[in-house]
Design a protein around this ligand. Structure first.
Ligand SMILES: Cc1cc2nc3c(=O)[nH]c(=O)nc-3n(C[C@H](O)[C@H](O)[C@H](O)COP(=O)(O)OP(=O)(O)OC[C@H]3O[C@@H](n4cnc5c(N)ncnc54)[C@H](O)[C@@H]3O)c2cc1C
Length: 196
């Protein structure tokens, strides 16, 4: 697709590549942050099928059907966001990486993931690029157990679907949930491997 100018007059044009989880919630949050006359927001994706990926875990157990986990991408976007369905052929950070230049943005790799273990229980892991999954609780000392199969985790996973469509994707703040990995509630080893 053609390269779009960063600004048209004084209005910013923000182009978000990918209308999945990250792209959709970012677009919705930016739409709330910028007045319509201050920024045009465009989301680009190659198709119009937003799949609630965490729900795929339940498909092999016969607890979910893929078609019921799928919604049109444009419908998850606030009004005032332009949806563009097309294939992206390159991104500038890849060019920078190949040229040995510093990348333009950073992410600590925070990931929070349920693993269904069967019999109505699930295991929860929480980690980032620097911290391996630890025992304890998420998102704080009182919360879901980490690295231990439990019924509570399974129920939390089931409840997450509503939170995903109606809280996370629209870009609402969710108490106790932030992009940075929470340190509270985790049992850190006294002497981590590789740190003396
Ligand atoms: C089975 C399963 C279970 C999961 N469980 C959890 C969980 O419990 N907790 C959790 O936090 N995460 C979970 N995840 C992961 C979570 O769904 C992903 O981390 C999240 O969707 C990633 O968001 P994203 O925006 O980075 O990528 P995506 O949501 O995948 O969005 C990327 C988008 O880019 C588009 N795209 C890619 N290439 C191009 C191109 N060349 N041109 C145009 N468009 C393109 C794709 O169509 C896609 O829409 C799970 C994932 C799976 C598969």
């Amino acid at each position: 697709m053609p390269v779009l100018p960063a600004e048209i007059g004084r209005m910013k044009r923000i182009v978000i590549l990918g209308g999945g989880t990250g792209g959709t919630l970012l677009a919705n949050r930016l739409r709330r942050a910028y007045r319509p006359e201050a920024a045009e927001i465009v989301v680009v994706d190659r198709d119009d099928a937003h799949v609630y990926q965490p729900g795929l875990l339940f498909v092999p157990f016969g607890l979910a059907e893929t078609r019921r986990l799928t919604r049109p991408r444009w419908r998850q976007l606030r009004s005032g966001i332009t949806y563009c369905q097309t294939n992206i052929d390159h991104v500038d950070n890849v060019r920078r990486f190949l040229a040995g230049e510093p990348l333009a943005a950073s992410f600590d790799g925070h990931t929070n993931c349920f693993i269904e273990t069967g019999r109505g229980r699930a295991l929860l892991i929480d980690f980032n690029y620097d911290t391996e999954p630890l025992t304890g609780h998420y998102p704080g000392p009182i919360g879901l157990p980490l690295l231990r199969p439990s019924r509570l985790n399974h129920l939390g996973k089931l409840a997450f679907q509503q939170l995903y469509w109606h809280g996370l994707l629209p870009g609402h703040d969710i108490p106790g949930i932030s992009p940075a990995m929470p340190a509270r509630g985790k049992n850190r080893p006294a002497n981590p491997v590789g740190h003396g």
